[in-house]
Design a protein around this ligand. Structure first.
Ligand code: B12
Ligand code: SF4
Ligand code: SF4
Length: 298
């Protein structure tokens, strides 16, 4: 069995809706865009984004001998609530990484049959890997003006998982063609962003972004820097404005708490104590912000 068939089968078995790969190379234009974004201070207080810049530019610094970047798309639901839909179940970092690790283990066994000692690492979100750039390079979608990796077939409700490994790209079969930009004259996402955080095509200033302030910023504000529009964790306005967005059930692991969250009133959150929060939401993305922050976001 070739490595190519192995990945297709494993990707399907794990429930990813699409996968593709690109050869490892230094990043050009996307990296300049990224470093300009950092120079303008648009990363707000996410200091980690400004670290490990050289690894972001050159993924072979993350995995010695790296040859291929294999990207996977994980679908999540379109359920609407005050919590962004990706956060309505288990923590996607854990769910996606478990799946990627299982795939990686199989790849290591396949490589051994071909006389290659496999080296590979799995990433989703938490490392200096430019995931949207690589998913676009792998032919899984185009970068929309709202910054999303948009799959014309599967929409925007996809999270990206990545394996960087030493498998030669020629073992992985034919590379998918890159998908042409699909926004055209549309600007709905920019017009919809309530705080002007998305202030021009492909330009997002996190200092004005509801998602940043409700998830990533550790500050407990006495005066809000932006209006949250009823969101207590994340924001989907520039996602829902997009004509490529569509209804999605997504993985069930990523919506296990949906019913409970949808039915919760602000008072229910206010009345919750740390013990209950830990029991109910300890293994979910909400724990990243913590209960005090969520109460501050109400
Ligand atoms: C930091 C971060 C955030 C920050 C800051 C985002 C920002 N743009 O400033 C905040 C907290 C605001 C955030 C919000 C969200 N995030 Co976020 N975030 C990240 C993280 C960790 C880094 C992204 C980053 O470096 N941003 C800085 C910008 C400048 O880089 P970029 O977004 O990668 O864009 C690059 C490419 O798109 C390319 N590019 C852009 N335009 C163009 C145009 C052309 C022509 C070309 C060639 C290239 C190009 O160059 C850009 C600069 O390098 C990634 C995971 C990762 N490791 O990549 C997840 C990630 C981007 N986030 C994700 C998600 C789901 C979200 C939210 C939807 C969550 C929510 N519901 O609240 C929102 C969406 C906001 C939005 N419109 O982007 C997903 C996106 C999946 C997808 N299909 O695109 C990612 C990939 C996580 C994952 N593993 O799935 N996020
Ligand atoms: S996530 Fe919300 S605040 Fe941030 S850019 Fe999109 S619409 Fe604007
Ligand atoms: S809303 Fe329009 S401009 Fe924005 S990403 Fe979607 S198609 Fe592109």
């Amino acid at each position: 069995m070739s490595i190519l068939i192995t990945i297709s089968l494993l990707s399907e078995k794990e429930g990813f809706v699409d996968w593709g790969f690109a050869p490892v190379a230094e990043i050009g234009e996307s990296y300049s865009r990224f470093s300009d974004y950092i120079s303008r201070g648009e990363n707000a207080d996410m200091g980690y984004l400004a670290r490990n810049m050289e690894k972001r530019k050159d993924p072979s610094l993350l995995v010695p001998g790296a040859r291929s970047i294999i990207c996977f798309l994980a679908p999540y639901s379109s359920i609407k609530s005050s919590v962004a839909a990706f956060a309505l179940g288990e923590d996607y970092h854990d769910v996606i990484k478990d799946k990627l690790h299982r795939i990686s283990l199989h790849l290591s066994q396949e490589c051994a049959k071909h006389g290659l000692e496999y080296q590979g690492r799995c990433f989703t979100d938490s490392a200096p890997v430019m995931e949207r750039h690589w998913a676009a390079e792998a032919g899984l979608g185009f970068i929309g003006k709202n910054n999303f990796l948009i799959s014309p077939k599967y929409g925007l409700r996809t999270l990206i998982g990545v394996i960087i490994c030493n498998i030669p790209p020629e073992w992985l079969g034919e590379r998918k063609e890159k998908i042409a930009e699909g926004c055209g004259e549309c600007r709905r996402c920019i017009d919809a962003c309530p705080e002007g955080a998305l202030y021009a095509p492909f330009r997002l200033d996190a200092r004005k972004c509801i998602s940043y302030h409700t998830i990533e910023s550790h500050e407990l504000y006495s005066a809000r820097p932006v209006e949250y529009k009823g969101q207590i964790f994340g924001c989907e306005i520039c996602l829902r404005a997009c004509p490529y967005d569509r209804e999605s059930e997504g993985w069930k692991e990523l919506r296990t708490n949906a019913e409970e969250i949808v039915s919760k009133s602000p008072q229910d959150w206010q009345d919750m104590d740390e013990k209950e929060f830990k029991e109910r939401f300890g293994d979910t993305p909400l724990s990243r912000a913590g209960l005090d922050k969520i109460k501050n976001n109400l």
